[in-house]
Structure formats: C-alpha cells, structure tokens
Design a protein. Structure first.
Length: 255
C-alpha cells in the first residue's frame, strides 16, 4: 500500500501536536507545519519516540505571504496522497474593539487567507487521490461573546472558519472529502502565551475558568485531539459540515 500523509498545520504545540500524537500511535506518517523550527524539532523527536508512525516537519509562517506561498508550492508538489488535514494554527490576544488597530485585524485575516489556500491545495491532492478528511479548529468565541476576553477580530476570523467548513463540506462531498470543525471553549494551550506568562497559563486558566464550564474544568489539548482524531477517522464517515462543540458544556449553558 502506498504511503499516505496526514498534514497538521500548527502541529508543533497544543491541540495540533496532541492530535499528531494520536495519529503517530496509529502508525501514520504525519507532516507537522509550524513557524518555530526548534519547537518542530522537539515535537518530532518526542512524537517519534511515542509511536510506530513517522513524523516530518516543515517550517512555514502563515502570516508571511512568501512563506505561505512556499508551503503551498511544496504541498502542491507532494506526490503522496494526503488523507488528513488539520488546520490548528492560531493566535489569540484579547483586545477591546475600540483599541483594535489595523495590524491586529490583519494578523487574523492573514492567517485565514493562508488557511484558505493551504486547504485548497491539500483538497486538490485529496480529490486526485480518492478523498480524505479535513478538520478546522474553530472556537466558542465565534458563537458567543465573552466579556472577560474581548475578541472581536479573533471571533470574526473563527466564525469565517466555521462558515468555510460548511461550504467546503458541500462542495467537496462529491470528491469523497469530508470537512468538519471543532469549537473548543477554554483549553490549556500555549496560544494564551501571547498575554499570559507561559509558566502561569495553566494556573491562570484553571483559577479563572474552571467554574465557567458546566463540566467543572477547563479543557486539555487531549480532550480536543481525541475528537479531532474521531472526525478524521472512518468512524465519522457519515459526518461532514459539522461544527462540534468540544467545550465542557459551555454552549449548553454557563455556570
């Protein structure tokens, strides 16, 4: 059987890396894409020791048009069938709407633009190869405004990913490509390092948001990764165009 490839954009840390761990344990060949070479190297070394699969890496900064174009060219030239794509790259820094500057907005817009065209390139590979599964990491903030974390530009960008998920599901179903999304609430992940000291992220989030979730705790990357892995798998073969709340019950109601 020809080797297939699972691509995780934003795979060096957080939910992307946790998803990679599950795929490597299944024996998959995983390509991690991230902008920090050192983090990619660490993730590759660690993951290769955890399972029978293989891990490859590529450095790319999705906020840099030239870097994004180079990534797209590399993916377009990939001869192996790509069967999985996880769009896990993200950035998050709460800021008042009245204080937003064009650069703040542009950072989110650039990431969405890159995600759009990277996904298009991978979907072309999948269409040629017989199909695949794509999962977007969206956000609860795309559905609900949270006063403690004003995030208008971020939420607008994530809502775009939710909409893209549904449109691609419709357009690509005929090519045997399923497209779904997860919509997490507060998860302990390095993304909060933009405004919380890395060593304080876990304590800050658990102290401030455990009680916010009906289940009684913030999420862990493994919680979301397990659901992503399900959506990538044949077990979710009749699921496409769905945006699944993986959020400790927040969208059902908040404490």
């Amino acid at each position: 059987m020809a080797e297939t490839l699972s691509v995780i954009v934003g795979g060096s840390t957080g939910m992307g890396r946790a998803t990679a761990a599950l795929l490597v344990q299944e024996g998959r060949t995983v390509l991690l894409i991230g902008r920090d070479a050192a983090k990619l190297e660490t993730a590759q070394r660690t993951l290769m020791a955890e399972g029978p699969g293989r891990v490859e890496t590529r450095v790319a900064d999705l906020t840099d048009p030239a870097s994004t174009e180079a990534l797209i060219a590399a993916l377009a030239a990939e001869p192996r069938p790509i069967i999985h794509l996880v769009n896990a790259a993200g950035t998050f820094y709460p800021k008042s709407f009245l204080d937003h500057e064009p650069a703040d907005y542009d950072a989110y817009a650039a990431l969405n633009r890159a995600t759009f065209f990277v996904t298009q390139t991978v979907a072309r590979n999948m269409a040629r190869s017989g199909g695949g599964a794509i999962v977007m990491i969206g956000s609860m903030w795309a559905k609900q405004a949270i006063k403690a974390t004003p995030s208008s530009a971020y939420s607008m960008a994530k809502a775009g990913l939710h909409a893209l998920t549904q449109h691609l599901a419709m357009e690509l179903a005929g090519q045997n490509i399923r497209v779904n999304a997860v919509s997490p609430a507060v998860v302990v992940t390095p993304i909060y390092g933009a405004f919380i000291a890395p060593e304080q992220i876990e304590a800050t989030l658990t102290r401030g948001f455990d009680g916010f979730h009906p289940i009684g705790r913030v999420g862990r990357v493994e919680d979301v990764a397990a659901h992503i892995a399900f959506l990538l798998s044949d077990k979710a073969g009749w699921t496409t165009g769905a945006v699944h709340d993986v959020d400790g019950g927040v969208m059902a109601g908040r404490n």
